[in-house]
Structure formats: C-alpha cells, structure tokens
Design a protein around this ligand. Structure first.
Ligand code: 5GP
Ligand code: ZN
Length: 116
C-alpha cells in the first residue's frame, strides 16, 4: 500500500477526522475507532513506515518517541500506575490491518496474558 492510500497518513494530513490526544514533532496519537479497552489509543509516527520489518537503522529516535508518547498518554489517562499494555502487531499472523506502524496503548482493565 502506498502512502497516498494509507489511512493513517490521511489522519495525519487531517483528511480523515480522529480524536487526537497527543502530538509531538515525530508522533501523534488518537483514540481507536473500535476500542478494545477503556483506554485504547493508537500512537503512530509521522513518518510512514508500513510494518516493524520496514523500520530502518535511522528510525530509532522515531520509534523511541512512540514509547515516550505512551508514557505521557498513560499518565494523562490515569492508568500509568495500575498498568497498561503497549503493543505493535506485525503482518497477518499478528492481526495487523493498517500498514502504517502503530503502538496500541491499552488500559483501564485487566489484560490477560498471553494474548490470543
Ligand atoms: P491493527 O489491527 O493493524 O494492529 O490495528 C488497527 C487499528 O486501527 C484497529 O484497532 C482499528 O480499530 C483501528 N482503526 C481502523 N480504522 C480506523 C479509523 O478510521 N480511525 C481510528 N481512529 N482507528 C481506526
Ligand atoms: Zn501511512
């Protein structure tokens, strides 16, 4: 899928509305349209990267910034101390459906482990 067809690039461009909860120079975060937990936020890099497999050697700071966003959002959502999950699916077997990497931030309830 090319960048111009990418749903999350369209959200980044403001072409598709989203409930944005966080913005930085390198990342934005918005609420998942189909939340799987009381808090379910998607944290994405501004840079289009399709999957974890496509992360380049120069992308470390961008990827690190997704976790800084997770820390800040978890604090703002009031779930930092009780705990939460930050997870990224890669390709079909893991259930990736949008091919612009995104960290799922899930919290506000007990989360089972291992995932299904
Ligand atoms: P994946 O399955 O790729 O790991 O996660 C994609 C996530 O994007 C899903 O949890 C899905 O609910 C969410 N999603 C899909 N389309 C939209 C949309 O248009 N807006 C928002 N906010 N989330 C979306
Ligand atoms: Zn994209």
């Amino acid at each position: 899928m090319s960048e111009s067809d990418c749903l999350f690039c369209k959200i980044l461009a403001g072409d598709i509305p989203a409930d944005i909860v966080y913005e930085s120079e390198t990342a934005i975060a918005f609420r998942d349209i189909n939340p799987k937990a009381p808090t379910h936020v998607l944290i994405i890099p501004r840079k289009h990267i399709a999957t974890i497999n496509d992360i380049g050697a120069g992308d470390e700071a961008v990827i690190g910034s997704l976790y800084s966003a997770a820390r800040e959002i978890a604090k703002a959502e009031g779930i930092a101390e009780e705990g939460y999950r930050a997870v990224m699916n890669c390709n079909e077997a893991a259930g990736q459906t949008v091919f612009h990497i995104h960290l799922h931030l899930l919290g506000g309830r007990s989360l089972s482990w291992p995932p299904g």
